[in-house]
Design a binder for this molecule. Structure first.
Ligand SMILES: Nc1ncnc2c1ncn2[C@@H]1O[C@H](COP(=O)(O)OP(=O)(O)O)[C@@H](O)[C@H]1O
Ligand SMILES: [Mg+2]
Length: 824
């Protein structure tokens, strides 16, 4: 039953009147009373017989009537009673007859009411009552802050003065309006009847507030003065009192100086903002608490500024702000195509992902992880996905993150504490449903305090991430609307449990043709407009593009290419800017090969850095797959007089060292088969070196290249330098498949090598390469070491139709010019 209903139905109605001794019942309070006098019992019975509504009114205290503010109802009919005409309309919840003849009545106060006149006194008092429903104040920042201030005062009263029972505290949480809030406090205040009656009689809520505030302050004051605080020593109490006093003085001074209002206003504004920020209830609570603390701090202290920073952070977080996302799969495809050339398989997978998101937005789908060399578009694919889905995008770089706190933030107790990268990224995007790209997830370190990988696990776990906790923010934040993507250069350094969460999508390097296309269609338009030019002011000749690709870059991705194209454009931009100043007209500049060389300086990579047309003893050409894509690997073997030792140099990794040993054993075991004098293994030391140490040379795939180099060295027969090979080798000489076929083939092509030996088992992987690449190559699939020899060892090469003269390297030259088949 709401107070409004009561007010509607009982205006001017007659209600039985129950006079109460020693008690004032406030609206909304539930209280049992004991009734023994006959007229009172009859009043209750009459109410129960009807609609259970009854009017409660307190007996006036003794003393001369004119002292009291409120007029008494003068009733002369016996039994004489003198009650206040202001009371409470209540409803009888339950009655129970006690053995001693008394009646226990459970009452609930509903609304204030006032007696207009008494209609009868017997058999029970019946009064005409006008109810005074509470005009509750709307909830505004002002009322909220009043409530907060009052609550604090109540807490202090409970603590220091004990004139309110602590039972009231839990009740104060659930209240709604300020009026009701005050009534609850008043009901627990242990007031004398006339004081309680005064508060009941104060219809104006602000007035009521002041009265209660004054009373409570008085209580605290009295307790402090009497030194009978329930907690702490007298000293504490005095300290509190003194602090309060000083603060009051300060306030008064400030007000006099005209500064007083400002501080207050600022906190009110802060509270206002907090209330409007649509935070989680935990977040809101924490902020209000911090503002309360802040109010009491010295505003110049460092703690105050820390607290302000914290509140600012909280206000800046997108607690409930979302981008509205509508997924149109066909539209998404268009956007993906706009941003990236080729990558058809990858785009298909992304579109499937989006389609599923569209049909079942709540599915906790897999986390797509793009794996591939740098500069192939892994990060920018993420950006594109965000654009297609209409969400904000942020890149969270994990490279070099060694400490959990970089992800989760530092506790606020640290000086200079900040939230972790996740929260920072959320602030940056300003929505709670962005796309986050976890960049270089393979580069998270785990060897320091706190394991960032395990924090990542929690972040990516849909079961847990709706209550992600950042140490700085300290209240849970819901990450469940965030779409996480990841990318990595390599898979093998991603911790296992983390890898299980990811769906791996390989993005491999681009061939020269693809680079050409991407440059023309994407990179040039981009760098041209980035540098403030238009395409009718600058045009690139195809040959110039080709020249830049071949002579200035040697990479799987597009990073350096993009940098070089930007460098050219920048220089032209400067040229135009200077010309403008001289008042010269702008004329289109054509970038030719010659001009490109002029602008970029000397070529970085000369075509024949790798002396492809030569033959060398003990030097095999391997292919490696590294973080930065494919690489050509030069293996050098020299024999020295000695006792059959194996010397390895070139900072080889463990796997590589094992590969060398395995190849060595394999060659030695089948020495005769390879035409080697077995005795040499005892009289010669083998020195194996892999130069160009920048690339980590781990991995078993150099096995056959090593074996071939050994055989060449032992036999003194040179190797073709235009044949590259890759494959793992068993002790029996079998060739096992390897990874990174595409990258390795592209690396070989970049060096002008067309003939490549690949393991037989990699036939399928090779078939997936673009036709333009396959056409340029001459691949031989091998399953045994002896087959490899047929392709690269000069005396084993079967001569073909074409005849080419090899320029023999003078130092290694042991045989004269040879012939080779020109398959290309
Ligand atoms: N297929 C492609 N089509 C167009 N531009 C591309 C393509 N792949 C990469 N790029 C461009 O190459 C640059 C490097 O990409 P980036 O995403 O940083 O690579 P990654 O994250 O893989 O290292 C970006 O400017 C990107 O737009
Ligand atoms: Mg990247």
């Amino acid at each position: 039953m709401s107070t409004d209903n009561v007010s509607m139905s009982h205006v001017g109605e007659f209600l039985p009147l129950l006079p109460l001794k020693d008690t004032v019942i406030f609206p909304q309070m539930i209280l049992p009373v004991f009734v023994s006098e006959d007229i009172c019992i009859r009043a209750v019975e009459a109410a129960c017989a009807k609609d259970r509504f009854i009017f409660l009114s307190a007996f006036r205290a003794e003393g001369p009537a004119e002292d009291l503010e409120q007029p008494a109802l003068m009733v002369s009919t016996p039994p004489p009673f003198d009650v206040y005409d202001l009371g409470t309309v209540a409803s009888i919840m339950r009655t129970r007859k006690l053995p001693d003849g008394r009646l226990k009545v459970l009452l609930q106060g509903l609304t204030r009411g006032t007696v207009l006149n008494l209609r009868q006194m017997t058999p029970y008092p019946l009064a005409s009552v006008r109810s005074l429903p509470e005009k509750e104040l709307p909830r505004t920042p002002e009322t909220s802050s009043l409530i907060r201030a009052m609550k604090e005062l109540v807490e202090q009263t409970v603590q220091y003065a004990r004139t309110i029972t602590p039972d009231v505290l839990p009740l104060l949480l659930e209240t709604h309006g300020l009026g009701r809030f005050l009534d609850i406090i008043a009901a627990h205040m242990n007031l004398k009847i006339e004081d309680a009656q005064k508060i009941l009689g104060t219809i104006d809520i602000h007035e009521r507030y002041k009265k209660i505030q004054m009373t409570l302050r008085g209580d605290i004051e009295a307790a402090i003065l009497q030194g009978k605080s329930s907690t702490g020593s007298r000293d504490d109490v005095q300290k509190i009192h003194r602090e309060n006093y000083l603060r009051e003085q300060l306030k008064a001074l400030k007000q006099e100086l005209g500064e007083g209002g400002e501080g207050k206003e600022e906190f009110e504004e802060m509270r206002d903002k907090v209330m409007k920020a649509q935070m989680s209830s935990e977040g809101q609570g924490e902020c209000l608490k911090q503002i309360r603390r802040l109010e009491r701090m010295n505003q110049d202290s460092s703690e105050a500024s820390l607290t302000r920073t914290y509140i600012d952070w909280m206000l800046d977080l997108p607690w409930s702000k979302m981008s509205d996302t509508k997924i149109e799969v066909t539209q998404c495809k268009k956007i993906l195509d706009q941003d990236h050339y080729g990558l058809d398989k990858i785009k298909d997978r992304i579109l499937e992902y989006m389609a599923v998101k569209k049909l079942n937005p709540n599915l906790k789908g897999p986390i797509l992880c793009f794996v591939g060399p740098p500069g192939v578009g892994k990060t920018s694919l993420g950006k594109s996905i965000a654009r297609a889905m209409g969400r904000k995008f942020a890149r969270i770089s994990l490279g070099g993150v060694k400490d959990e706190s970089e992800l989760r933030g530092h506790r606020r107790t640290y000086v200079g504490a900040l939230p972790g990268r996740i929260i920072q990224a959320l602030k940056q995007v300003g929505t709670k449903n962005p796309v986050f790209m976890l960049d270089e997830i393979d580069k998270v370190g785990a060897d320091y305090k706190g394991d960032p990988a395990s924090a990542l696990l929690e972040i990516l776990d849909p079961e847990q991430n709706n209550t992600f906790s950042d140490h700085y923010i300290s209240v849970p934040f819901d990450l469940s609307q965030v779409i996480f993507l990841a990318n990595a250069n390599r898979l093998d350094t991603i911790p296992g449990p983390l890898r299980d969460r990811l769906e791996i999508i390989e993005v491999s390097g681009y061939s020269e043709d693809e680079k050409n296309e991407i440059t023309k269609q994407y990179i040039i338009p981009k760098v041209v407009s980035d540098n403030g030019l238009t395409q009718d002011l600058i045009s690139f000749q195809d040959s110039a593009v080709n020249f830049v690709i071949q002579s200035y870059t040697r990479e799987s991705g597009l990073r350096n290419l993009e940098k070089n194209m930007a460098a050219i454009t920048r220089k032209i931009a400067r040229f135009f800017a200077e010309n403008d100043e001289k008042g010269k007209e702008r004329k289109q500049v054509k970038i030719t090969t010659k001009l490109a060389r002029e602008l970029l300086g000397e070529e970085k990579y000369l075509e024949d850095e790798h002396e492809i047309e030569s033959l060398k003893v003990g030097m095999g050409v391997g292919l490696a797959y590294t973080q930065v894509g494919g690489e050509v690997l030069h293996i050098e073997v020299k024999l020295l007089p000695g006792a059959g030792k194996l010397i390895l140099t070139g900072q080889l990794g463990d796997v590589m060292k094992e590969s060398v040993q395995a190849a060595h054993t394999c060659v030695r075991a089948c020495a005769a088969e390879f035409g080697i004098d077995v005795k040499k293994f005892e009289t010669q030391d083998v020195h194996l070196h892999v130069p160009a140490g920048a690339i980590p040379k781990d991995g078993p795939s150099a096995g056959i290249a090593i074996a071939v180099s050994l055989i060449s060295a032992f036999r003194g027969v040179p190797l073709r330098q235009d044949v590259a090979m890759t494959g793992e080798l068993t002790l029996q000489g079998r060739v096992l498949p390897i990874g990174g076929v595409r990258e390795k083939c592209l690396a070989a092509l970049r060096c002008g090598i067309r003939l490549v030996c690949l393991p037989e088992k990699n036939r399928g992987a090779f078939a997936e390469l673009p036709l333009t690449v396959r056409r340029k190559m001459d691949v031989r699939f091998v399953s045994h070491l002896s087959e490899v020899l047929e392709h690269c060892l000069v005396d084993a090469v079967k001569s073909g139709d074409g005849v080419v003269n090899y320029a023999l390297n003078a130092r290694d030259g042991e045989s004269a010019a040879r012939t080779r088949d020109t398959a290309a």
